[in-house]
Design a binder for this molecule. Structure first.
Ligand SMILES: *Cc1c(COP(=O)(O)O)cnc(C)c1O
Length: 384
């Protein structure tokens, strides 16, 4: 853990700038060289060593936000996740993963880990007792994600991390949905924090990237494998990501402020059966969310009553984009049943609470009244 005394907006704007000593420009210059002088230098720089000037600078910003000693950036969230998991898991080890995790991570585990003789289990549910009963003698890693996708369940980070520590198990969290603006898992004792920087870090739906934040010891280990696997981010994108992260804090705060109001609006709509949002008092983990998060995030899921055709609703939207992915400054919606959970059978989907009427809403920064007008207009056209 390494706390930075600067305010979060200041960290976002300035931490880890590459100073332009040549011309005194206000923003970081971009260094795209793949070839660096090595004679009489104490470091060999190379993009795949994850140590070009722009990469190093951006990592300082990320670790300052996550209160970690160190960080690394990757070419995608999955590059960060796969490299990290394969760093801490070897043949014969076991990993216990939370039941509801990002589909791509679940697919990585289910499609690849057998080949590496890595044993895995998904928990039955999200509370501590399911983690306690799920571990085995050879469990090396516990993997969590909160708020979860798409039902926004909240997992008690501190309880899981403390339990794992007592058994010498490494805790890894995917912090993509919350961002360090809303929750800083390292302060609760988590060892490694992962991000799809494609989401809120980028925030404009135009960068694919990933990030890892952890202690220097853990980052050194991850680096050892990362330089073998590749998966570094191009310096052009690193530079753009630094630019995007300057507004991370104000974007996320504006998005979650909108989300809180929209969750209330949806929960009062007679066309909506159920709203999943940790900021609502009737959310089963509302108090826990209040304890470990600063705000409740900008992702909402909701279910229409049977009278509304969800597909027709999505195609009737004008302002909100029915599209994949999330976290951009523009509002987007999707049907998990038709996208992220499409490969599951209907029974599997329903057992996870993912109905055909469920819509996942990534709230943007547009004016609330325009978003509501768009929703109302689309509902009218989608009444069966
Ligand atoms: C998108 C996403 C990922 C994967 O990130 P990519 O950048 O698409 O590789 C991992 N975890 C969560 C929670 C995500 O939303």
């Amino acid at each position: 853990m390494k706390k930075n005394n600067k305010g979060e907006n200041t960290i976002c704007t300035h931490e880890g700038e590459v100073v332009d000593t040549q011309f005194g420009g206000s923003v970081s210059p971009i260094f795209v060289s793949t070839s660096y002088e090595y004679i009489n230098k104490d470091i060999s720089r190379y993009p795949r060593y994850f140590n070009t000037p722009n990469q190093e600078a951006l990592c300082k910003k990320i670790s300052a936000l996550e209160c970690s000693e160190s960080a690394m950036i990757f070419g995608s969230g999955m590059a960060a996740i796969s490299t990290t998991l394969l760093t801490f898991l070897s043949s014969g080890d076991h990993i216990l993963l939370q039941k509801d995790i990002y589909g791509g991570t679940r697919n990585l585990v289910e499609a690849q880990f057998d080949r590496f003789n890595i044993d895995y289990t998904f928990t039955d549910d999200i509370d501590l007792k399911c983690f306690k009963s799920g571990i085995k003698k050879n469990t090396k890693v516990i993997y969590i994600e909160t708020p979860s996708n798409p039902l926004l369940k909240i997992i008690d980070i501190e309880k899981i991390a403390q339990f794992a520590k007592s058994r010498d198990i490494i805790t890894i969290i995917d912090n993509t949905f919350a961002t360090p603006i809303i929750q800083k898992p390292i302060l609760f004792g988590v060892d490694v924090v992962l991000h799809s920087a494609t989401k809120y870090f980028g925030g404009h739906s135009d960068i694919s990237a990933g990030a890892v934040a952890a202690s220097q010891t853990h980052i050194d280990k991850i680096w050892n494998l990362a330089k073998n696997l590749g998966g570094n981010l191009s310096d052009y994108s690193v530079w753009l990501l630094e630019r995007s992260m300057k507004t991370l804090s104000i974007r996320v705060k504006a998005q979650q402020k909108n989300a809180k109001k929209l969750a209330k609006y949806l929960s009062e709509s007679r066309y909506v059966k159920k709203v999943y949002y940790p900021g609502l008092k009737n959310h089963p983990n509302h108090n826990l969310a209040k304890k470990q998060m600063k705000g409740y995030g900008a992702m909402i899921s909701f279910e229409f009553i049977d009278k509304i055709d969800p597909s027709l609703f999505l195609t009737s939207l004008n302002l909100i984009k029915p599209s994949m992915s999330l976290a951009g400054v523009e509002s987007t919606m999707l049907s998990p049943a038709e996208t992220s959970h499409y490969l599951l059978t209907e029974n599997e989907r329903l057992s996870q609470g993912i109905t055909n009427e469920l819509i996942r809403f990534s709230v943007g920064i547009e004016n609330k009244k325009d978003i509501i007008m768009d929703i109302e207009h689309a509902i009218k056209l989608a009444i069966k």
